[in-house]
Design a protein around this ligand. Structure first.
Ligand code: TNX
Length: 533
C-alpha cells in the first residue's frame, strides 16, 4: 500500500474565553448564582452543524419544575423518557414525562418539511419545542438539545447549572441518508456492553448506521446454528492470541434492539470470499484441499479464500446469510469482498455473481467493499469506497462507472476517515498504511465531490470504519474515534455550505469538555482550540 505522511500544523491554543452573561430573562434580578453563570451555548455551536439557525429571543432555563411533555405515540414518550434520563443525574431535577400542561420541553410529531430524520428546535422563555415528522427526527433533535446545554449535563452527579438553552430556532435535516460507524469486532472481540457504549457515543453525532464487521481471518463473532463451530471454534481467539468471543443470537438481538433505541440500523458484515480463515479453520470441508488451516492471530491480510469451485461453499453461504438475515431487521447485509488476494479474478466474479442473489433471496440489499465494482454489483447494491486520495485513477473510474450505472456509494476513504490510522507518528495505537490522519485532514474533504465522475445522487453517505488490529479496549477505541468520528458524522449530516475548518474546529473544541464529562479519553489534537481543563 502507498505510504503518505501528512503534516501536523500547530494552531495556537485559544484561551478559555470568559463569556459574558447574555440578556437572560430569569437571571437578571435573582440572587447571584454560585457557579459562574456562563451565557448559553449559541445555537450553531453543535456538531454536526445544523442546516439553519436563527438565533434570537430569551433563553429557556430548565428548572426544578420543568416537565418533559411528550404528546403522541408511545415512541415519542420513550424519547421523552430517554431525554429526561439524560438530564436528571446532573440537574438533580425530577423532570417528569407527561403528555399535558404547557411550557417545558415539548416533543411532538407533526407533518412538515422535515424529511425522514430532520427536526425543528424552537427555544424561548416559555419552553423548548422539538418538532419532527418521525421519532428519528425527534431523537436527533434531542442530541442537539443536549449539546446546547453545558457539558456538565453529561455528568452522573448533581452539577450547579444553570441549565439554559439559547433562544431561537434550529431547522435541521441531514445531507445524506447513510451516516455510518463501523466497528471491527473480529480482530479483537468487543462485548455487548462495549458495543452499546460505542452506540451511545456515535448517536450523539446523529450517526444512524452501525456496521459490524463480524467475521475475518482472526475471528468469527456471530453464532450460526447450522454451522456451530464457526463461533465456538472460529471465535475462540483474536489478534495476539487472547480469548476472543462471539455473540449468541440473544446477544446480537440485544445489540440490534439497543441500536434501534438510538435510531441506528445495524449492518452486519460477513467478509467473503477472502478474510475467511476463521471459517476455514472451523470446517475442513470448506477448504479446496479439505484441510483446515490453524486459527490465525496475526495481522496479515489477503491469504485466505473460500473455495469458489466447491458446492459446499454455497451451502455455507446460504445458511449463514439466511440465519443472519433472520436476525437483521435492517435493510442491508454486507458481504465484504475486499482484499481477496488469494481468489483469482474469475473466481471472485463467479463467487459474487452467485452470492449476491442469495442476499436478495433473504430480503436484504447487498453492500460490498468497492472491489465489488470489479464484478457485477447487483441492482440496488451499495459499494463502500475505501481508497485513498492517491488511489489509481483506473480504480476510481471503475467505482465511478458503477455509480453512473446505478450503484450507490458509501464513502470511507482510508486516508481520511479510517479511524485506526495514527494521528501523528507519535500516536501509540493504530496503523499508518494509509498515512497519518490528523483531525483537520479527516474533516477537510467534500463527500459530494470526492470521486471524479460520480453523479451527486450516487453518494448515499459517509462511514467511518474502526479496524481493531491494534485496539483491544474501549479506551483504545475512543482515543482513535474521538475527535475524528465527530467530523465524519458532520460530513454525513451537514450541508456542504457549512463546511469550514476554522468554524468547525471551534465547534469541535466545545465537545472536549463533554467527552471529559462522559469519560471518553480523546486525542487532544493541537489543531483544535480545546478549552483548558
Ligand atoms: C484494510 S478496508 C482492510 C482491513 C484492515 C484495514 C486496516 C478493508 C476493506 N480491508 O482488513 O483491517 O485495512 O486499516
Amino acid at each position: 500500500m502507498r505510504r503518505h505522511h501528512s503534516t501536523t500544523p500547530r494552531t495556537p491554543r485559544v484561551l478559555g474565553c470568559l463569556l459574558l452573561l447574555a440578556a437572560a430573562g430569569g437571571l437578571s434580578l435573582g440572587p447571584a448564582p454560585t457557579a459562574q453563570a456562563a451565557a448559553p451555548t449559541p445555537l450553531h455551536r453543535v456538531v454536526p452543524a445544523p442546516a439553519s439557525v436563527t438565533p434570537g429571543g430569551t433563553p429557556y432555563r430548565i428548572t426544578r419544575t420543568t416537565r418533559v411533555r411528550a404528546d403522541g405515540p408511545a415512541e415519542v414518550r420513550r424519547i421523552g423518557t430517554y431525554l429526561a434520563g439524560l438530564l436528571r443525574p446532573a440537574t438533580g431535577y425530577p423532570l417528569p414525562v407527561t403528555d399535558r400542561g404547557t411550557g417545558g420541553i415539548r416533543l411532538r410529531l407533526a407533518s412538515g418539511d422535515f424529511g425522514a430524520e430532520g427536526y425543528r428546535l424552537t427555544s424561548g422563555a416559555g419552553g423548548v419545542t422539538l418538532t419532527a415528522r418521525t421519532p428519528a427526527g425527534l431523537f436527533h433533535g434531542v442530541q442537539t438539545l443536549r449539546q446546547l446545554l453545558p457539558a456538565s449535563v453529561e455528568r452522573k452527579t448533581v452539577q450547579p447549572g444553570p441549565w439554559q438553552i439559547a433562544g431561537g430556532t434550529v431547522q435541521d435535516r441531514p445531507r445524506y441518508a447513510y451516516r455510518g460507524a463501523m466497528l471491527d469486532v473480529s480482530r479483537h472481540f468487543f462485548t455487548v456492553a462495549q458495543v452499546k457504549r460505542y452506540i451511545d457515543q456515535v448517536a450523539l453525532y446523529k450517526v444512524n448506521e452501525l456496521h459490524l464487521h463480524l467475521s475475518d481471518d482472526q475471528g468469527w463473532r456471530i453464532a450460526v446454528d447450522s454451522w456451530p463451530r464457526l463461533a465456538s471454534y472460529g471465535g475462540s481467539t483474536q489478534v495476539g492470541g487472547g480469548r476472543g468471543g462471539f455473540y449468541t443470537k440473544a446477544d446480537y438481538r440485544e445489540i440490534v434492539r439497543y441500536a434501534a433505541s438510538r435510531y441506528l440500523e445495524v449492518v452486519p458484515e460477513i467478509d467473503m470470499p477472502g478474510h475467511t480463515n476463521a471459517a476455514l479453520a472451523s470446517y475442513a470441508r470448506l477448504n479446496c484441499d479439505g484441510v483446515a488451516p490453524p486459527l490465525y492471530t496475526g495481522t496479515q491480510v489477503g491469504f485466505s479464500s473460500l473455495c469458489v469451485p466447491k458446492e459446499v461453499t454455497y451451502d455455507f453461504v446460504d445458511d449463514v446469510i439466511r440465519e443472519l438475515a433472520a436476525l437483521t431487521p435492517g435493510r442491508y447485509l454486507h458481504i465484504g469482498g475486499d482484499e481477496a488476494h488469494s481468489t483469482s479474478h474469475t473466481d471472485y466474479v463467479r463467487f459474487m455473481d452467485r452470492v449476491q442473489p442469495v442476499v436478495a433471496r433473504y430480503g436484504k440489499t447487498v453492500i460490498g467493499w468497492h472491489q465489488l465494482t470489479g464484478a457485477h454489483p447487483a441492482r440496488g447494491a451499495l459499494a463502500q469506497y475505501w481508497g485513498l486520495d492517491g488511489t489509481a485513477a483506473a480504480e476510481k473510474e471503475q467505482v465511478a462507472q458503477a455509480a453512473r450505472n446505478g450503484t450507490g456509494l458509501i464513502l470511507s476513504p482510508a486516508d481520511r476517515i479510517y479511524l485506526d490510522m495514527k494521528y501523528t507518528s507519535a500516536t501509540r495505537p493504530g496503523t499508518k498504511w494509509a498515512g497519518l490522519v490528523e483531525v483537520r485532514r479527516s474533516y477537510d474533504w467534500n463527500p459530494g465531490a470526492y470521486l471524479p465522475g460520480v453523479p451527486g445522487g450516487a453518494v448515499r453517505g459517509v462511514e467511518a470504519p474502526l479496524w481493531t488490529e491494534t485496539l483491544a479496549t474501549s479506551a483504545g477505541l475512543e482515543y482513535m474515534a474521538f475527535p475524528r468520528l465527530a467530523g465524519a458524522a458532520e460530513l454525513g449530516w451537514s450541508p456542504a455550505a457549512t463546511h469550514d475548518w476554522n468554524a468547525y474546529k471551534v465547534r469541535l473544541a466545545a465537545q472536549g469538555p463533554r467527552w471529559d464529562a462522559l469519560g471518553i479519553r480523546y486525542y487532544r489534537s493541537p489543531q483544535v482550540p480545546w478549552p483548558a481543563r
